[in-house]
Design a protein around this ligand. Structure first.
Ligand SMILES: NC(=O)c1ccc[n+]([C@@H]2O[C@H](COP(=O)([O-])OP(=O)(O)OC[C@H]3O[C@@H](n4cnc5c(N)ncnc54)[C@H](OP(=O)(O)O)[C@@H]3O)[C@@H](O)[C@H]2O)c1
Length: 343
């Protein structure tokens, strides 16, 4: 049995993680940090099966002696600071859900996450996307949990890019995301009145997950590639639906492409290749750590659709997958019985 701590436990990702950890058979005691709710009941705020109260960030930091894994569900600049403090004081493994330790390009890291930090302080974590990088070796004690869009897009593109069957300089991807992707923000453009009955693109050609997606795919191919990514905000609470449009190098029909994807993800407990892109829906995955995808080809162009829950496979569920790997639990422990959004 292991002890864990969650920083930023009152955010969307932190609450999801609290609920998963509350039902994890290998976790004995957990500490949940929140300055806003310190002293109040965790169960009351989250519905999770835990009996403790939130403690302040400072108190939790001073109480990490027997903690095996600390999760950071905090904004990037806060994660940078917390990771440095935790790693200098304790042997605790840090799993950071922010982007602060993901990128191998210091320039891109500085632009998106490290504006206030010195490049000398930058530490790269093991990139925790098990389905693509498990075979490359065990995780280190600093794990960079991938971004929600980055997880979705990398899983959608990896089999085709790895096999060299598509033009790597023209990977066109759009995605729809629910509003929890932006966190518990009080921004006006994320308020109900602005969002409901509407849909819009945002951060066109400048989303911070593009360098991360390209980094992940480059690690598989060792070749230059270009992802053009357009994210959309749609008025649903959770879930990401990706549409990737790819140009095939040589005629490959739908059956051959589907066979390629099935072979790549064979045995993966959290990735399912469905019969067709039209079968891919958010209802099949929301509330779970599962990803579903479907492919189609006309011999020249291919379409890959993929769906996952941004707060589970895109954040807390994947973080628990990484904790399981780091601690030597079965990778699926605590993750196969999560609630589902619809039958
Ligand atoms: N939402 C997603 O779909 C998603 C997916 C993948 C990764 N992520 C990443 O996960 C992290 C958390 O995202 P989220 O959506 O859960 O955000 P969120 O809902 O805005 O929650 C942020 C959390 O961080 C805490 N926090 C903020 N400033 C802090 C500080 N100075 N010291 C200590 N705690 C502080 C907040 O505490 P208070 O409640 O006290 O303000 C809150 O618990 C972010 O880095 C995000 O990029 C999010």
């Amino acid at each position: 049995m292991k002890n864990v701590a969650v920083f930023g436990a009152t955010g969307y990702a932190g609450i999801e993680l609290t609920q998963i950890l509350g039902g994890h058979p290998g976790v004995r005691a957990a500490r949940f940090a929140s300055d806003r709710l310190a002293g109040t009941s965790v169960a009351e705020h989250t519905g999770a099966s835990v009996t403790c109260a939130y403690a302040s960030t400072e108190e939790t930091l001073g109480n990490l002696g027997e903690v095996d894994v600390a999760f950071l569900c905090t904004p990037g600049d806060v994660s940078l600071d917390l990771a440095t403090k935790i790693r200098s004081a304790a042997q605790t493994c840090v799993i950071d859900l922010s982007g602060a330790h993901r990128l191998d390009d210091v320039g891109a890291w500085k632009a998106h996450y490290g504006q206030k930090a010195s490049s000398d302080d930058y530490a790269i974590g093991s990139y925790g996307l098990p389905e693509l990088f498990r075979a490359q070796g065990p995780l280190t004690a600093l794990v960079a949990n991938p971004g929600c869009y980055a997880t979705a897009v990398a899983l959608a593109l990896a089999p085709a890019v790895e096999a060299g069957v598509v033009h790597e300089d023209a990977l066109m991807v759009s995605a729809m995301s629910g509003v929890t992707g932006a966190g518990r923000s009080s921004r006006e453009d994320l308020s109900f009145g602005e969002l409901s009955d509407d849909a819009r693109a945002y951060k066109v050609l400048r989303h911070q997950h593009v360098p991360e997606i390209e980094m992940a795919l480059r690690r598989l191919t060792k070749a230059p590639l270009k992802v053009t990514f357009t994210p959309h905000l749609v008025p649903i609470r959770r879930g990401i639906l990706v549409t990737a449009q790819l140009r095939l190098r040589s005629g490959m029909d739908t059956a051959a492409l589907a066979a390629l994807y099935r072979a790549r993800y064979e045995g993966e407990p959290f990735v399912r290749v469905l019969g067709a892109p039209e079968d891919v829906t958010l209802r099949k995955v929301v509330g779970t750590n599962h990803t579903v995808l479907g492919v189609a080809s006309d011999g020249h162009a291919a379409v890959v659709m993929l769906a996952l829950d941004n707060l589970v496979k895109g954040a807390a569920g994947q973080a628990v997958q990484n904790m399981n790997r780091y601690l030597g639990f079965p990778e699926t422990e605590g993750l196969l019985t999560l609630r589902r959004f619809a039958p």
